[in-house]
Design a protein. Structure first.
Length: 111
């Protein structure tokens, strides 16, 4: 925990993001670096009956850390995705899903 899921981002780019993104987010998230997971989700997007390109979507599943931290995390994720893609004006969607510690189990025990 936290989990970052990348859609419309190539596998090689997600791999590159793991080199720096966890270290930049770790102080804000206040959890060990090894608790981060990064996932590349293969997706297809469609519009008007046709396959289409999409801009990057990053789903952040986490235990809520407040609006200020969420804003900082979204800014860092956006900045890092743009940097790796070498597209400084790239649209990037960052979507947060707050999980309840009581509903999150690790090895059969909840947090």
């Amino acid at each position: 925990m936290p989990h970052l899921r990348f859609r419309a981002v190539e596998r090689k780019d997600v791999a590159k993001l793991t080199e720096t993104l966890g270290e930049k987010l770790q102080p804000l998230m206040d959890c060990p670096l090894e608790d981060f997971t990064f996932e590349c989700v293969a997706t297809e997007f469609f519009f008007a009956g046709q396959a289409s390109e999409a801009y990057p979507f990053v789903d952040v599943l986490w235990f809520d850390r407040g609006q200020a931290t969420q804003d900082e995390v979204a800014a860092i994720v956006t900045q890092e995705v743009r940097h790796v893609l070498e597209k400084p004006e790239q649209d990037v969607a960052v979507i947060f899903t707050s999980l309840s510690p009581k509903a999150y189990y690790d090895n059969g025990s909840h947090y």
